[in-house]
Design a binder for this molecule. Structure first.
Ligand SMILES: [Fe+2]
Length: 85
């Protein structure tokens, strides 16, 4: 079966689209953290290591901001944060 991604996207309500934007951004921020961590581990330049750590920490702030937004805009996700085992 071929999925018509454009049709699916056009039929999504705006709130669902906004949540998808936020989740995709969250994935990108987490991927950026992993990339920075790998480079921090690999670099032999102390000044560069310090700069990369600073940048990685900023990405962690972005993760926190996106998680907060998702929690505010997805009641089920927010509930899972409160009730998970
Ligand atoms: Fe970021």
């Amino acid at each position: 079966m071929v999925v018509d991604a454009h049709k699916e996207w056009n039929e999504m309500d705006q709130k669902s689209k906004e949540l998808e934007f936020a989740r995709n951004s969250l994935m990108e921020e987490l991927e950026a953290i992993n990339n920075y961590q790998a480079r921090i581990s690999a670099t032999q330049d102390a000044e560069l290591k310090k700069l990369l750590i600073h940048n990685m920490d900023e990405e962690k702030e972005h993760v926190a901001m996106l998680v907060e937004w998702i929690r505010k805009n997805d009641q089920t996700q927010d509930k899972m944060f409160k009730e998970h085992d």
